[in-house]
Design a protein around this ligand. Structure first.
Ligand code: GCB
Length: 603
């Protein structure tokens, strides 16, 4: 066999450890606001249901003219079909609509990069690849070498390429697998579409030898200071023992802050007395923050505000607040989970029209631009991880995966004033193993971010007709999803639950609603009619607004969204509980019902 020939390996000879999760939160790099080389655009693509590529080591193939080859290849990573990145393959060709399995992406890195590397000034640069999100498991290969594996379909991951870059041609390959398995988060059954693929931006960052790895900045708990944590990274082969950077500089010009921060063993922390104007939905005031360390410099626009729970109240900047919210999925009729500023701005404009000050970003981490634009436009956010319905709560690796997704979300967005709640789960059965799993997640959220509230969508005891869930003791805010008037037809039960429950902390109705098919195929009355749906909203609002411990609601949901499991004649592959149809423009009657309630309580 030729040196680079393919070998047909048996399954047990895989040399790619499938359970490796080495691209986790510990490899994250602060990239917000930095310039990058985009790797979006056309990538060679091939689906691989049988995981042939791992056995035949497609990642080791070298580009060669087909006529010069001595071996038959089952797939040619360098020619053939291509797809755009970001995208979800289900949205591109009918033959890929329900495909679940592995798919290979191949791209040649832009050669300009290496021309730069030849010059002296750039030779000391480090190259970090960032993949915004790939559903669900992504293995990264550069020039035939396996560089790492990331689990979790909605958070970014980072791989350093520096030491494996060739001088001329560099081939990057990603093997992305979206198979629903029992040990993943979420597990096998969800009420949203399993969109596979690399569906957020892929970028390459060129950073100095020692760079700023992380910055966490916030208003102190006592409200009298700004606190900042800094982490600096150095090249592993550096001759110095530890980073040579011993201090960083923080500047917030509009507050007159220019502060030196001591860095020891790569870390620094600092408290600076300050009186920033408070960020709020009415006054989304942001301050430009600049951090420099050695040759590196990062900037961010940050809002300063406080959010605490006091009894059954949620206090924003010390004042009780009622959350006029709406739930939203990251879903598009044409693009799947691919989103854009335009898409997010339209969503926020619809929320404003409803009179909202709050959105629940369900059921997984959305694109980071959602939190950034919400911060700019003055919305509060609930963000969550997909610990959804049944999860393998006894599995240690599943907990590791869920925890990692939570930490990646927190580290990505914890400088965003818009985010006030981290939610750790949705409607999970109240078992001992779930309790210890979720307690661990709640502690993790507080460890990585002591400044926000922790919530979950909890349970109602339907026999006793009251809110009852052992998880509540570990949360700041109780989310309740209830569908009286829809799945639960006896509306009187909702009055009973309201009366029988006496929570000692705030409750948010994190979901309620009904399906309404407003197309020409929709019914004119009864279940699935727009009219029935609007009526459910009226009755829900009437009942819920009388309960003093309810501090907000985020009905289900802003837009109709695609899902495999909804196939009746009115659903036709969509959950139709949207206040607006899947075209993101046609409003249903219930939109106006909710809007008039929110506008009436707004002032
Ligand atoms: C729920 C789930 C949500 C579903 C919704 C529904 O309780 O949390 O993901 O889409 O109900 O429409 O049934």
């Amino acid at each position: 066999l030729a040196e680079n020939a393919l070998t047909s390996l048996h399954d047990e000879e895989y040399d790619v450890p499938l359970n490796l999760q080495n691209l986790n939160h510990s490899t994250m790099v602060f990239t917000k606001g930095r310039t990058s080389t985009s790797l979006n655009g056309s990538w060679n693509f091939c689906v691989d249901l049988l995981d042939t590529g791992l056995r035949q080591k497609w990642y080791e193939m070298q580009p060669a003219n087909p006529v010069d080859r001595v071996e038959p290849w089952d797939y040619d990573p360098f020619m053939g079909e291509s797809i755009p990145v970001p995208s979800n393959w289900a949205m591109l060709k009918e033959k890929w609509y329900f495909f679940e399995g592995s798919a290979w992406y191949t791209k040649k890195l832009p050669p300009e990069l290496f021309k730069k590397r030849e010059s002296d000034a750039e030779s000391d640069q480090r190259y970090i690849l960032r993949v915004g999100a790939a559903q669900y498991d992504c293995k990264v290969f550069l020039n035939g070498k396996f560089l790492g594996n990331h689990y979790g379909g909605s958070t970014p991951f980072y791989v350093e390429l520096t030491d494996d870059l060739a001088e001329e041609t560099n081939w990057l390959m990603l093997c992305v697998n979206n198979t629903r398995t029992l040990d993943r988060v979420p597990m096998r059954n969800t009420d949203w579409f399993n969109y596979g693929g690399v569906y957020r931006e892929v970028e390459l960052f060129s950073l100095p030898r020692e760079f700023i790895r992380d910055m966490f900045i916030r208003l102190s708990q006592d409200g009298r200071a700004i606190e900042v944590d800094v982490v600096v990274d150095r090249a592993v082969d550096s001759a110095v023992d530890g980073p040579s950077i011993h201090h960083a500089h923080l500047e917030i010009p509009e507050l007159g802050i220019a502060q030196k921060i001591n860095i020891e063993h790569g870390k620094g922390t600092c408290r600076i007395a300050a009186e920033p104007e408070r960020w709020s939905p009415e006054n989304p005031r942001l301050y430009k923050v600049v951090l420099t360390a050695g040759e590196d410099r990062i900037t961010d626009n940050v809002g300063f505000r406080s959010i605490v729970r006091q009894g059954v109240d949620i206090l924003l900047n010390g004042e009780p607040i009622w959350l006029r919210g709406i739930s939203v999925h990251e879903d598009d009729d044409i693009l799947g989970k691919v989103t854009s500023d335009e898409d997010i701005r339209r969503r926020l404009a619809h929320a404003k029209e409803l009179g909202c000050n709050f959105l629940r970003l369900a059921h997984y981490p959305h694109h980071e631009r959602a939190a950034e634009l919400a911060e700019e436009m003055g919305f509060l956010l609930w963000q969550e991880i997909p610990v959804y319905w049944a999860i393998d709560f006894d599995n240690h690796n599943t907990l590791k995966d869920a925890k990692n997704q939570l930490i990646e979300l927190i580290k990505r967005d914890r400088n965003r004033a818009s985010v006030i709640i981290w939610s750790i789960g949705n409607e999970n059965p109240d078992t001992d193993s779930r309790l210890s799993f979720m307690r661990d997640l709640a502690e993790t959220a507080r460890l990585y971010d002591p400044t926000r509230l922790v919530a979950a969508a909890c349970l109602i005891n339907h026999a006793k007709l009251k809110i009852e869930d052992r998880l509540v003791d570990h949360l700041d805010v109780i989310g309740i999803n209830e569908y009286y008037g829809w799945y639960d037809e006896n509306f009187d039960d909702l009055y009973a639950i309201g009366k029988n429950s006496d929570p000692d902390r705030p409750v948010i109705i994190s979901e309620t609603g009904a399906d309404g098919d407003n197309s020409s195929q929709g019914p004119s009355g009864g279940l699935f009619s727009e009219k029935y749906m609007a009526d459910v909203y009226r009755r829900q609002i009437d009942t819920l607004q009388k309960l003093a411990y309810i501090k907000g609601m985020s009905p289900w949901i802003l837009y109709d969204f695609r899902v495999e499991r909804r196939q009746n004649i009115f659903q036709r592959g969509f959950n139709r509980k949207g206040l607006i149809a899947a075209d993101k423009s046609t409003k249903k009657e219930a939109f106006n019902v909710l809007a008039s309630f929110y506008h009436s309580i707004k002032d």
